[in-house]
Design a protein around this ligand. Sequence first.
Ligand code: FPP
Length: 235
Amino acid sequence: MIMDGNGRWAAARGLPRLAGHKAGTDNLRRVIRACVDFGIQYLTIYAFSTENWGRPTDEVQGLMHILADVIDQELEELNAEGVHLRHIGRLERLDPELAEKVKFAVETTKNNTRLFLSIAWNYGGRDEIVCAIQRMMEDSVPPDQVNDELVSQYMFTAGTPDPDLIIRTSGEMRISNFLIWQAAYAEWYVTPTYWPDFDREELRRALVNYGQRDRRFGRLSTAECAPEESETNAG
Ligand code: FPP
């Protein structure tokens, strides 16, 4: 999920931008609940990008406080609901106390399996690739052993399947440095709705729409294949 449009949602109501982020956080709770109800196993939310540091200090600080508050107030319930929290991005630039909270939340929920919820915080797709290359070099990986699978294992998302569907709210048609390696064959759903208003019904519509897609992964659709080929070309 690219949770876009909080600022415009607030502006449309004459409210400060942070009120939009707070409304976005309330909505996130509802969307997580809906994902659990719909049986979604993996959800990744783009909450703070490497580029978001360029926003005014009070907005950046406000977002950091929101993350700290969410961990303080919601961790117990998320854990009880079986949510397994993961963080993708770099913790280094965060306030050490906040970084510790994130690590604690990840550790606390590590045995849960109902919903794997990855929070992209201080995350950028290019930064992730740079970090992966650095770590491969540190590990002296021989060039002929570098392949798709190995690169995926060096990503922050190692162990999480590539996204099937990326939803972006607020109508923007761009990837904004989100999961640029992992999204190679993701389906897209873009809605003009601002994130705080993206509700369960709209999530259902996005999933129904996704269910009607013909995912070919660069091959032919199953219907176009000869019967003996259709097994290998399915998907
Ligand atoms: C994009 O809208 C939204 C963000 C940069 C922040 C999203 C963060 C939350 C919803 C906080 C909750 C997350 C967690 C994990 C606690 P925008 O501000 O770019 O909107 P605009 O394009 O209308 O200005």
